[in-house]
Design a protein around this ligand. Structure first.
Ligand SMILES: *[C@@H]1O[C@H](CO)[C@@H](O)[C@H](O)[C@H]1NC(C)=O
Length: 329
């Protein structure tokens, strides 16, 4: 019996260890803030500073955006126009559904099946931005992000992404040189991460969205990339809300917005989630308990054929009585 308890605890520790190991990257995302790769405000020239033209230009002057078709809804025309106005010398590429599919079919045919198979259109919109950055380089901007100043200073970094709170990075504004190893890795990993997580929100986030990109970012950085391979990180103050920030955000579908949706969803269904959680937890505990009992008893009182068909818990009590009896004799 004592041996059973010991095995029970050891098994639990192993299982917990396994679970922690499998979500380790997610856990580390909570603690890694990316500050070692931060594009600091000290190194960024002010919006109209003469120092801007002295900086290297690594990223090609291309702005990529995505939408279903060419008819951008009125509420996004303002943000879109602000980026066009500030970057007359940039090439502008709008990746419509049709153009995106043609591009994947022509340049990355190995991905077409995954691309066509995505359950939600937003997943194709997520995927295409990694492909066009990996292919052409340039700067990708979500349609709900407007531009607050010229993005020229950001051309000086081989690759950059944007930090989000509470964890990880976003995929709504990012830039890179063509064939940057980080974005190559992202497109290479897309088929492997294409899983159904039952909840649409988690499926989108984890298969193609910011959570996917954050996990790739963590893995990529664990290889300690140096020089041109580094991925720099734009922090909150440089992203928006200040005169020197690069973007203006017109709320909509950012990581944070979706995150809040999920939290609301969970709060709304907390009873359901709690019951499911406890049921699963107890089922697992019971199974381990039952399993350990079988293993231990089959080792100690295996010879007793008479007991072999009696359920474990009955056998335990019987054995205890025997011990008590013997003691009294
Ligand atoms: C573009 O897509 C929107 C949303 O699905 C649709 O309402 C609109 O008719 C489409 N425009 C064209 C020109 O196909």
């Amino acid at each position: 019996m004592r041996k059973g308890v010991l095995i029970f605890f050891i098994t639990n520790i192993i299982i917990i260890g396994f679970l922690v190991n499998s979500v380790w990257t997610l856990l580390t995302l909570l603690f890694i803030d990316g500050s070692e790769d931060q594009i600091s405000r000290a190194e960024l020239p002010a919006p109209n500073s003469g120092a801007i033209s002295e900086r290297p230009r690594l990223i090609p002057k291309i702005i990529h955006q995505t939408y279903i078709n060419e008819s951008i809804p009125a509420h996004w025309q303002g943000p879109q126009q602000s980026c066009l106005d500030l970057h007359p010398d940039y090439e502008y590429k709008l990746w419509t559904d049709k153009k995106s599919r043609e591009f994947i079919a022509a340049e990355y045919p190995w991905f077409l099946e995954t691309f066509d198979g995505y359950e939600f259109p937003i997943m194709r919109a997520d995927a295409i931005r990694y492909f066009v950055l990996a292919h052409f380089g340039g700067i990708y901007i979500d349609l709900d992000d407007g531009c607050n100043r010229s993005l020229d200073p950001l051309l000086a970094y081989p690759a950059w992404v944007r930090r989000t709170t509470p964890t990880g990075i976003s995929n709504d504004a990012m830039g890179a040189i063509p064939r940057h190893p980080f974005f190559l890795r992202a497109i290479d990993s897309l088929p492997e991460y294409n899983r159904n997580w039952i909840l649409p929100y988690i499926t989108v986030m984890g298969s193609t969205g910011p959570l996917f990109l954050s996990v790739i970012w963590r893995h990529y950085n664990s290889g300690k990339p140096k020089g041109l391979d580094r991925v720099r990180v734009l922090f909150k103050d440089e992203y928006n809300n200040h005169p020197w920030s690069f973007f203006t955000h017109h709320r909509g579908s950012s990581w944070h917005g979706k995150d809040v949706h999920l939290i609301f969803w969970m709060a709304h269904h907390w009873m359901f989630l709690t019951v499911i959680g406890f049921t699963l937890g107890f089922a697992v505990l019971f199974f381990i308990w039952w399993f350990c009992g079988r293993v231990v008893l089959s080792g100690t009182i295996k010879g007793r054929n008479v007991n072999s068909r009696i359920p474990y818990w009955r056998r335990v009590s019987q054995k205890d009585y025997e011990l008590v009896d013997r003691h009294e004799v």
